[in-house]
Write a protein that binds this ligand. Structure first.
Ligand SMILES: NC(=O)c1ccc[n+]([C@@H]2O[C@H](COP(=O)([O-])OP(=O)(O)OC[C@H]3O[C@@H](n4cnc5c(N)ncnc54)[C@H](O)[C@@H]3O)[C@@H](O)[C@H]2O)c1
Ligand SMILES: O=P(O)(O)OC[C@H](O)CO
Length: 418
């Protein structure tokens, strides 16, 4: 059921990204846009970073037409499957793969950002000035935007670059399990500008009439207190309050909890990737579950400390302890996530984690290694490396300056007293 008010326009959704998680979220969203046709246009555009892909000979999709490399977008649109990044999962027919990012976001009022974090800056540059000014974003990206200016959440940096409000989605969500419709939970943080609920244009604007956007412009405060230009959602569209945002993501197999703590949700997803690498390191040594639990305990403490230290009161401890994006994501990531698995293989085989990533992930991208370096850069500049011994240990091991066997010593709180 949608809202009772009649709105002349529906929200158009674009998923910006089409990897393992990007394609899974496009599937989830497309199931919902079809089901809630009073609020959303059924068609979901999915931007694909175009590449040629060869269907493997042992695939059920291998035939005369697919015996040579084909554009990934053509394959997705004809097979209704993403054979490279989410094989063997049927996609709803209303997911449309589009290689042109500007065309994909055209007229979209909801932009779901779902790319490996290293590609988001460039993608946003391409989108500047090309989106509707009152679009709203949700970032599903697990990572942090670290630059000379400091450490930002992707929801914030996307919001600033594009001049829109952007929330975050993160949870204990290994993509393939969600795509197979095995039960999981997620957390969506959405705390839009108050102007969205103020209906700045008269209700019931006649169909086809154009909203005067200058009347909708205003300012909103970001997490860091920076003022950002915002354009309110015209009243022709159904409001994007928590209930309607939940309708876009919630499925019987994918339960959504809506919160307002954008920083807590984003930090849980980003920082657990560093902890998962540490868990992989100790498991790769054959040290067993107790060692992994110790690393996870220290890891969640460092996540909360990082949030409080650098994002202040906007971060709530309970987001880490009670929501899927916190401790639950830490557990699943340290059990079966890619960062964990690759780090474990790297130690067990005596290879670099980058080598294992290339060999095992078929083009998917580890986020924990980049985040470990970026967080370390930031902590070093802040003079706080010693206050985050596990994050610092992972960076030192990746750098080859320490060994996985050093972890117990490096995270020992009494270390400095020897
Ligand atoms: N995979 C998961 O289980 C999972 C679950 C939850 C969250 N996440 C998060 O979601 C985000 C996206 O991860 P994913 O799993 O969809 O990606 P992925 O690891 O499958 O990465 C591959 C994607 O990167 C794209 N790509 C490669 N080069 C590019 C370029 N130069 N510019 C733009 N795109 C390029 C590829 O086209 C492909 O879509 C990450 O932040 C990740 O941490 C992943
Ligand atoms: O496979 P990973 O390590 O990128 O983790 C996947 C998800 O983030 C788990 O929630």
């Amino acid at each position: 059921m949608g809202s009772l008010a009649v709105h002349s326009k529906k929200h158009k959704v674009c998923v910006v990204g089409s990897g393992n998680w990007g394609t899974t979220i496009a599937k989830v969203v497309a199931e919902n846009t079809k089901e809630h046709s009073d609020i959303f246009e059924a068609e979901v555009q999915m931007w694909v970073f175009e590449e040629e892909y060869q269907i493997p000979k042992d695939s059920k999709h291998y035939n005369d037409e697919t015996s040579h490399p084909r554009k990934l977008t053509d394959l997705i649109n004809s097979l209704h499957e993403n054979p490279k990044y989410l094989p063997n999962i049927p996609l709803p027919k209303n997911v449309v793969a589009n290689p042109d990012v500007v065309d994909a976001v055209k007229d979209a009022t909801i932009l779901v950002f779902n790319l490996p974090h290293q590609f988001i800056g460039k993608t946003c540059e391409q989108l500047k000035g090309k989106i509707v000014p009152y679009a709203r974003g949700i970032s599903c990206i697990k990572g942090l935007a670290v630059s000379d200016k400091g450490c930002e959440l992707f929801s914030e940096s996307i919001g600033q670059k594009l001049g829109i409000y952007c929330g975050a989605l993160s949870g204990a969500n290994i993509a393939t399990e969600v795509a197979q419709e095995k039960f999981s939970e997620t957390t969506v943080a959405y705390d839009p500008p108050a102007m969205d609920s103020q209906h700045p244009t008269p209700q019931g604007t006649p169909h086809g009439s154009h909203t005067d956007l200058t009347k909708l412009e205003g300012e909103a405060k970001g997490l860091t207190g920076k003022k950002m230009k915002r354009t309110a959602l015209p009243s022709e569209y159904p409001p994007l309050h928590h209930k309607n945002v939940k309708m876009l993501f919630h499925r019987p197999y994918f339960h959504v909890s809506l919160v307002s703590d954008v920083a807590g949700v984003s930090l849980g997803g980003a920082l657990k990737n560093i902890v998962a690498i540490a868990a992989g390191f100790v498991d790769g040594l054959g040290w067993g579950d107790n060692a992994k639990a110790a690393v996870m305990r220290v890891g969640i403490m460092e996540e909360v400390k990082f949030g409080k230290m650098f994002f202040g009161d906007s971060v709530q401890t309970r987001t880490f302890t009670e929501e899927s994006c916190g401790v639950a994501d830490l557990i699943t990531s340290c059990s079966g996530g890619r960062n964990f698995r690759c780090a474990k293989m790297a130690v067990a085989e005596g290879k670099s984690i980058g080598e294992i990533e290339q060999r095992e992930l078929n083009g998917q991208s580890l986020q924990g290694t980049g985040t470990a370096y970026e967080v370390n850069d930031f902590l070093k500049k802040e003079g706080k490396e010693q206050e985050f011994p596990l994050f610092t240990a992972v960076h030192s091991i990746l750098e080859g300056k320490k060994k996985p066997e050093d972890i117990p010593h490096l995270i020992d709180p009494n270390r400095g007293e020897e």
